[in-house]
Ligand binder design. Structure first.
Ligand code: GDP
Ligand code: CA
Length: 309
């Protein structure tokens, strides 16, 4: 079964890793959000792409889910001593990724090609693609004004109350080479348990991607368990936007194209309401604490997905 997974950072990376444990590498393509990307110290930083790649390569920091295991912070400490900005945590080894990516981007190489080469160097056999080679930065509308995503997410630690989102220049962007082809070839599109507002919507907003996704069977895994997130602001965002934070709200978010939905045991009571949307609903353990949890959840997604074919 050929699968395309749409992923943000930590939640996306976890399920992508589970899918990679169940599928031959030629059958899995992971399309990653680039709305979080930004420039810092003149370096082009792609937090979600790096989280997915570090996770798939087995190099991620298990405590945080982002960044590298065994990281050191000498450069950042020195920047702090010199009075520079340290609100975005850049480890010493991680800096090497940003330096080399920025060097190649400056020569005019597309992000997708650079990502493919990095994956090969890190021993990742499946295909990881940025959703676009263009820059489509997410902006967050808040009660304290409009701000770039990382300003909201990291610097302000998601404290401002959100009222909406904007994906700048999205109308002028196009999917990275290979993205539409992979979706069109896919037997199943899996929407990972990523933030619907700022990880998945920015991928679907790139012209051409949503129609391609709508032409395939689509399965989503809820990032919200018992009304809360495992990590990050998705539940807080739902509440601030006046929508109840729940797995049901996530299913409704995707209802236009959703064929199947996976929700946590804690949310079993919502199963019939999800089914009432015309969506097949599976209740299972969705919190991926370990590599075995990832493999198990992905296997259940694939067997539910194969029932859709
Ligand atoms: P970010 O870019 O690092 O914020 O990552 P994502 O958007 O991919 O993931 C954030 C979402 O992942 C949050 O809404 C979390 O609740 C969800 N998430 C993280 N780990 C898990 C997990 O183990 N299971 C489920 N179901 N959701 C998870
Ligand atoms: Ca992200």
């Amino acid at each position: 079964m050929k699968v395309v997974a749409l992923a943000g950072g930590v939640g996306g990376a976890r399920l992508a890793d589970g899918l990679a444990q169940n599928l031959p590498p030629e059958d899995l393509t992971v399309v990653v959000n680039i709305g979080d990307d930004f420039d810092f110290f003149g370096l082009h930083i792609c937090p979600d792409l790096d989280t997915v790649c570090y996770t798939l390569a087995g190099m991620a920091n298990p405590a945080t889910g982002w960044g590298l295991a065994g990281e050191t912070w000498n450069a950042l400490e020195n920047i702090g001593r010199l009075g520079g900005p340290t609100w975005f945590r850049l480890g010493d080894r991680d800096l090497g990724t940003h330096l080399e990516r920025t060097r190649r981007l400056a020569k005019g190489e597309p992000l997708s090609q650079i990502t493919g080469d990095f994956c090969r160097a890190w021993g990742i056999q499946l295909t990881v693609l940025p959703a676009s080679d263009d820059s489509v930065p997410t902006w967050v509308y808040t009660d304290e004004g409009e701000m770039p995503f990382q300003e909201y997410f990291v610097r302000r630690q998601c404290r401002p109350s959100v009222s909406g989102f904007r994906f700048a220049d999205v109308d002028r962007s196009s999917p990275a080479k290979g993205v539409l082809e992979a979706i069109q070839r896919a037997d199943l599109v899996v929407i990972c348990p990523s933030n619907p507002w700022v990880s998945v919507d920015p991928i679907l907003a790139i012209p051409g991607i949503l129609p391609a996704v709508m032409s395939r069977p689509v399965l989503a895994v809820s990032p919200i368990i018992g009304g809360r997130t495992v990590k990050g602001p998705a539940a807080k965002m739902y509440a601030e936007l006046g929508i109840e934070p729940s797995a049901l709200s996530v299913a409704r978010h995707y209802r236009k194209f959703l064929s199947a939905f996976v929700l946590d045991r804690e949310d079993a009571a919502l199963q019939s309401e999800v089914q009432a949307l015309g969506v097949k609903a599976l209740v299972t353990a969705t919190w991926m604490h370990t590599a075995a949890d990832r493999r198990q959840l992905a296997a259940e997604c694939l067997s539910l997905g194969s029932a859709l074919l």
